[in-house]
Design a protein around this ligand. Structure first.
Ligand SMILES: Nc1ncnc2c1ncn2[C@@H]1O[C@H](COP(=O)(O)OP(=O)(O)O)[C@@H](O)[C@H]1O
Ligand SMILES: [Mg+2]
Length: 302
């Protein structure tokens, strides 16, 4: 009789209740013959070596504790198989990866970087000068999630924008500057989910940055099912191929989410790639949880 694989689905106490994928994934694992259970990465009592695979799902408390989280990923890597692997998490949790994707020829939202120690004024003015056609801009930390500390500014609100950049730099954060991509106000963004490099499904997510400065968080209500178009799939696949090649991986990523937005010429560009612990929007696509569980089971067999 084949042995049953034990899987840890990694979360934390505060995040589990808002992980809408988890109940579906637990059921799908059971249906696939995988013995899955939820475990908190913050629980020192978990015996990680006892699992055939440890799958990062909703360990979202990492945002405040990134070095601890990466150290934990490293320790688990020494004990069992971590998905996605450590080097994927390290790379994808810092939006400096936008420069790597661009270097691989993937179309991305134009991105400028400012590091601690830099003078924010010339950085802001230089970026605006490089994008004379843009009326609004976005400032965000290179490490962040849930739109936290992401702000939208008009060209004329330089004092406020520079103050926000300074505040982030003073906290030791690196800062990403982008033109505000206006199509998002009308069309939202498209978030595509892949399992083992194969497209599964997509959703539409509404714009998060309101013109009055309000920043929304991506709630369940801000999402709905959307079929990704051919050109979106092509860009998302190119982004994943670039990630795999850049990181020197031998196989496609077990799971991935690529968030796209349409530029001024209407072609899709990468807003973000989520390769560590993405919400996968499983409840918006019939059968997607099972596709994920099967991809995992296949990976464990090979
Ligand atoms: N350059 C941009 N143009 C338009 N909207 C943006 C831009 N950057 C971010 N946003 C909005 O802010 C949200 C959060 O930004 P994102 O880059 O996805 O960071 P996070 O890691 O916080 O999700 C996006 O979902 C989108 O609505
Ligand atoms: Mg996002």
């Amino acid at each position: 009789m084949p042995s049953v694989n034990r899987i840890a689905l990694v979360t934390d106490e505060a995040s589990l209740p808002i992980d809408y994928d988890m109940p579906l994934l637990l059921d799908a694992c059971q249906e696939t013959g995988l013995k899955a259970e939820t475990c908190s990465w913050e629980d020192p009592g978990v015996h990680w070596r006892g699992f055939d695979a440890v799958l990062l799902r909703s360990p979202w408390s990492y945002v405040e504790r990134l070095p601890d989280f990466l150290a934990w990923c490293e320790s688990v890597t020494a004990l069992t198989r971590l998905f996605n692997p450590l080097r994927v998490s390290r790379w994808s949790l810092d939006k400096h990866y936008m420069a790597d994707l661009s270097a691989h020829g993937v179309p991305v939202v134009p991105s400028g970087f400012v590091g601690p120690g830099a003078d924010p004024f010339p950085a802001w003015r230089g970026f605006l000068a490089e994008h004379p056609g843009a009326g609004e801009f976005v400032v965000k930390p290179t490490v962040g999630a849930y739109s936290k500390d992401v702000r939208r500014f008009t060209r004329s609100s330089e004092p406020e924008a520079v103050r926000h950049v300074s505040r982030l730099l003073d906290k030791g954060r690196h800062v990403l500057l982008q033109p505000y991509v206006e199509s998002v106000d009308r069309d939202g963004e498209t978030d595509l989910v892949y399992f083992s490099g194969v497209y599964s499904h997509a959703i539409r997510k509404s714009a998060m940055l309101m013109p009055d400065g309000t920043v929304n968080v991506p709630t369940f209500e801000s999402r709905r099912a959307r079929e990704a178009t051919e050109d979106e799939r092509a860009v998302a696949s190119a982004a994943l191929d670039a990630a795999v090649s850049h990181l020197g991986l031998r196989r496609p990523l077990l799971y991935a989410r690529v968030d796209l937005i349409r530029g001024a010429d209407r072609s899709p560009v990468v807003l973000e790639v989520e390769l560590c612990e993405p919400s996968l929007n499983l409840s918006f696509a019939e059968g997607s949880a099972l596709r994920f569980a099967r991809a995992l089971a296949d990976r464990l067999r090979s």
